[in-house]
Design a protein around this ligand. Structure first.
Ligand code: SAH
Ligand code: SF4
Ligand code: F3S
Length: 434
C-alpha cells in the first residue's frame, strides 16, 4: 500500500487552497490521501491566526497528534499556515511540542517535499519561514477538494490594515498574479471537469491588472458555468464591477461584502475606509442592477470602544439591509494589531450578549430571504450527498444558497433545475424540475 497523508486545515479559503497545493505536492511524491489522521504517515496542520478559537483548536489538535506520534515513531508531523508567520508561535511549537518534525510559513509551501525528505534525517524541528514573499510560485500541482469547483488565487496578502486584523502581518503585502497565469489555470481546471471557479484574494477588487477586465476574460472560457469571488471590499467597489453582474452571463449572482459594523464611529476606528451611508448606497446600486443577487456579509461585535448605541446602529442597519446571510464574529484581540493595544476593550460578557442579539436579527433576514425562494425554479450544481441525510443530494443556487433535494447520485457536478418547496434559515429544500 502507498504511504498516506492527512491535512487538517483551519481558517479561510486561502488556507483551503494552500492545503490543496500541499496535497498536490504530496501526491506527486507518491503519497495518497487518508480520510483520518490515525494511520497516516504524514500529517500537516495548516493554521489560522485570525481569531482566538482557531488558535486554541490548533493546540488541541497538536495534543491529539502527539499521542499518534507516541504510538508510531515514524509518523511525520508538519505545521504550516498563518500562525507560523509569527515568531513567538514558532518558538512555542519548537519548545513545547518538539515532536513536530517541521514548520513552514505561508511563503514556503513549495518546500514541502524537501521538508518531508529531510525529516527522515533530522532530529530537531526544521523551520522554513520566510518573513516576506519573495516571488509568486506558479505551476505547483494542486489536488482539488471538489473537482467541479476550483479555488483560484488572484491576489496574495493585504494592504488594508484594518485595525483588528492579523492577516496583513501573516500574509504580507498584496501582490497580484498575472492574468495569463490565472486564465491558463482556469482553462486547465475546466478541461478536467471544473464547472465553477472561486477567485480568491483578501480584497479581490484591488486586483492590480483590473478586476472587471479579468472577469470579462474569464467569462469567455468555454464550459465555465459559474464565476464567484471573495472577498470584495466595499471601499473598492466600482461601477464597472456592479455592471459586470448583468454583463457576464456566467458571473454568479452572489456577493460577499463585509460590513464589519453599522456605526460610522466604529468603522472609522476599524480603518475600513467607508461609512455606513456609502455601504448602503452600494447595496442599493447593486440591487437596482441585479435585483435577485444574494448578499452575504461579515460582522464583528464588541470591537474596542463599541458602545451600546454603536451596536444598536449595527442591529438597525442589518435589519434595514436584509442580508441573505452573515458570518458573525465576536471581536478577538490579536497581539500586534492596533486594536489590541486599545484600552477600551469591551467586556467578554457584553461581546457575547451582543453577538447573540445580532445572530437573531441576521437569522430573521436570512429566513425571510430564503422564504421568498419558495415556488421558484433554480439552477443548481450538484455538489454531493447531503451532509445531513444520505437520502438527499446537496448543491447551490447561483446565489449560493444551499439546496437539498432527491436525485441521481451519479450526477455530481451536473447542473439541474430544482423547484424550491421549503425554506429554512440556512438552507432550501426542493424537488427536481424535470
Ligand atoms: N479580507 C477579508 C476578510 C478576512 S478575515 C475582508 O476584508 O473582508 C474574515 C473575517 O474575519 C473578517 O471579515 C472579519 O469579520 C473577521 N475578523 C478578522 N479579524 C478579526 C478579529 N480580530 N476578531 C474578530 N473577527 C475578526
Ligand atoms: Fe484583514 Fe481588512 Fe485585509 Fe480583510 S481587508 S484581510 S479584514 S486587513
Ligand atoms: Fe486565517 Fe490566514 Fe486566512 S489568518 S483567515 S488562514 S489568511
Amino acid at each position: 500500500m502507498n504511504n498516506s497523508y492527512f491535512i487538517r486545515t483551519f481558517g479561510c479559503q486561502m488556507n483551503d487552497h494552500d492545503s490543496e497545493t500541499m496535497a498536490g505536492l504530496l501526491e506527486n511524491m507518491g503519497y495518497c490521501e487518508a480520510d483520518k489522521p490515525e494511520g497516516a504517515d504524514v500529517i500537516i496542520i495548516n493554521t489560522c491566526s485570525v481569531r482566538e478559537n482557531a488558535h486554541n483548536s490548533f493546540f488541541g489538535v497538536l495534543g491529539q497528534y502527539k499521542k499518534l506520534k507516541e504510538k508510531n515513531k515514524a509518523l511525520v508531523i508538519g505545521v504550516a499556515g498563518c500562525m507560523m508567520q509569527q515568531d513567538i508561535l514558532v518558538k512555542q511549537v519548537k519548545t513545547k511540542y518538539p515532536f513536530v518534525d517541521f514548520i513552514f510559513g505561508t511563503y514556503n509551501i513549495h518546500e514541502l517535499p524537501d521538508l518531508v525528505q529531510e525529516s527522515k534525517l533530522l532530529k530537531k524541528t526544521n523551520v522554513r519561514v520566510l518573513p516576506e514573499r519573495e516571488s509568486i510560485q506558479e505551476g505547483l500541482p494542486v489536488k482539488r477538494k471538489y473537482p467541479f469547483r476550483a479555488l483560484v488565487d488572484i491576489t496574495y496578502g493585504c494592504n488594508n490594515f484594518c485595525s483588528y486584523c492579523i492577516v496583513p502581518y501573516t500574509r504580507g503585502r498584496e501582490v497580484s498574479r498575472g492574468p495569463e497565469d490565472i486564465l491558463s489555470e482556469v482553462r486547465n481546471a475546466v478541461k478536467s471537469g471544473t464547472k465553477e471557479v472561486m477567485l480568491l484574494g483578501q480584497n479581490v477588487n484591488s486586483y492590480e491588472y483590473g478586476f472587471s477586465k479579468l472577469l470579462g476574460n474569464l467569462s469567455q472560457v468555454e464550459g465555465l458555468k459559474r464565476i464567484r469571488f471573495m472577498t470584495s471590499h466595499p471601499k473598492d467597489m466600482t461601477e464597472d464591477l456592479i455592471k459586470a453582474f448583468s454583463k457576464y452571463h456566467n458571473l454568479s449572482k452572489h456577493l460577499h461584502l463585509p460590513l464589519q459594523s453599522g456605526s460610522d464611529n466604529v468603522l472609522s476606528r476599524m480603518n475600513r475606509g467607508y461609512t455606513k451611508g456609502k455601504y448602503l448606497q452600494l447595496i442599493k446600486d447593486i440591487r437596482r442592477e441585479v435585483p435577485d443577487i444574494g448578499i452575504r456579509t461579515d460582522i464583528i461585535t464588541g470591537f474596542p470602544g463599541e458602545s451600546e448605541e454603536d451596536f444598536q446602529e449595527t442591529l438597525n442597519f442589518v435589519e434595514e439591509v436584509q442580508f441573505d446571510s452573515a458570518f458573525t464574529f465576536i471581536y478577538s484581540k490579536r497581539e500586534g494589531t492596533p486594536a489590541a493595544a486599545c484600552e477600551d476593550q469591551v467586556e467578554e460578557s457584553v461581546k457575547h450578549e451582543r453577538f447573540q442579539r445580532l445572530v437573531k436579527v441576521v437569522n430573521e433576514s436570512a429566513l425571510s430571504k430564503n422564504l421568498s425562494y419558495i415556488g421558484k425554479v433554480e439552477e443548481v450544481i450538484i455538489e454531493g450527498v447531503s451532509r445531513k441525510s444520505n437520502e438527499y443530494l446537496e448543491g447551490r443556487t447561483d446565489s449560493f444558497k444551499l439546496v437539498n433535494f432527491k436525485g441521481p447520485m451519479e450526477a455530481l457536478g451536473e447542473t439541474v433545475l430544482v423547484k424550491i418547496t421549503e425554506a429554512n434559515t440556512f438552507s432550501l429544500k426542493g424537488t427536481l424540475d424535470l
